[in-house]
Design a protein. Structure first.
Length: 320
């Protein structure tokens, strides 16, 4: 897949089948939309093209900024896996946000891309104050000469798949639900940095991950995970939270204890694939109580990770 930053220069029209959206998480609803574009492009002899934005609009416009489900690098990886030919990442600016919806369609979508078809989600908005809606896009498409496909919501067990629903699931530590809505295990990726060495002193050395501040963290607590780094994979128990045993109001950290591993990981990028929520964070009255609980966490994580997908209900696609 070719990745381009910014708008194309224009020029002779190409046979573009466009998927348009933020696609945070590239969840099962997004996957359905993008896969539809790929299929139509193949059938029509055109190019399957996705347009997305960076940074996330909420990060530019302020207000209640949601935690992101994917970094740009992860989003590129997930979209490429769906068979897209070209991904355009448009800089989201206040100038772009202030553009009238009709101007965005005429000057951006039509003048620069000349699409044959544009697909958007049922709740997609664009232009000034989100005034552009799928019906308006369809109307402008009829005027300019391109088709518009508005994708119906994808549901799982009656719940509409959305980035918001996934953030809510993660905020409750419901890894099973997040996984079923995403279509893959949720992950956190970061670089190992130096911590306070408390885990090592207890006999459970940890890799402390620095993840981008904009990322959505799951509920504070302990998780069973798979850790991938430098071509290796290890089972891991991770703690996300403020470590109340060691003091009040400590900053939140992500600490991963890798099982059956000994080595220096400082500066290494690790991807943690969350598999199960083990327990909430709690304050322990003694080091002995804490170390006993950590050993219980490790034993339970090993049993859960050995069970793999049998522990999680498989998703069932159903269009609303």
């Amino acid at each position: 897949m070719e990745v381009r930053q910014g708008l194309p220069a224009g020029g002779p029209p190409e046979s573009f089948y466009l998927g348009l959206g933020n696609f945070d998480g590239v969840h099962r609803g997004h996957q359905h939309l993008i896969s539809s574009i790929v299929q139509k492009a193949r059938a029509g002899g055109g190019m399957a093209v996705v347009i997305t934005f960076a940074p996330h609009p909420a990060q530019v416009l302020g207000g209640n900024t949601p935690g992101l489900l994917t970094t740009t690098a992860r989003k590129i990886e997930l979209i490429a896996a769906l068979g897209v030919d070209c991904l355009f990442i448009l800089p989201f600016t206040r100038e772009l946000a202030a553009m009238a919806p009709a101007t965005f369609v005429r000057d951006i979508l039509w003048s620069r891309f000349h699409p044959r078809l544009v697909a958007v989600g049922f709740n997609f908005t664009f232009g000034y104050r989100g005034g552009g809606t799928p019906p308006l896009l369809r109307q402008l498409g009829e005027e300019l000469g391109f088709q518009v496909e508005v994708m119906a919501p994808v549901t799982w067990q009656g719940l509409t798949v959305s980035s918001t629903a996934i953030r809510n699931a993660l905020g409750q530590g419901d890894i099973a639900l997040a996984r079923n809505l995403l279509g893959y295990w949720p992950v956190l990726t970061g670089t190992v940095v130096r911590g306070d060495q408390r885990g090592r002193q207890l006999g459970f050395p940890t890799a402390n991950l620095a993840v981008p501040a904009a990322m959505k963290l799951p509920a504070y607590g302990v998780y069973a995970s798979l850790a991938r780094f430098s071509g290796q994979e290890r089972q891991a128990v991770i703690n996300i939270g403020r470590r109340p045993t060691f003091g009040p109001a400590l900053p939140a950290t992500i600490e991963a204890h890798l099982l059956d591993f000994a080595g220096d990981l400082y500066g290494v990028e690790i991807t943690l694939e969350l598999r199960a929520f083990l327990r909430p964070e709690k304050k322990f009255v003694s080091r002995l109580e804490l170390t006993r609980q950590l050993q219980e966490d490790i034993t339970r994580a090993q049993l859960l990770l050995a069970g793999d997908d049998c522990l999680i209900l498989q998703p069932r696609d159903r269009q609303a």
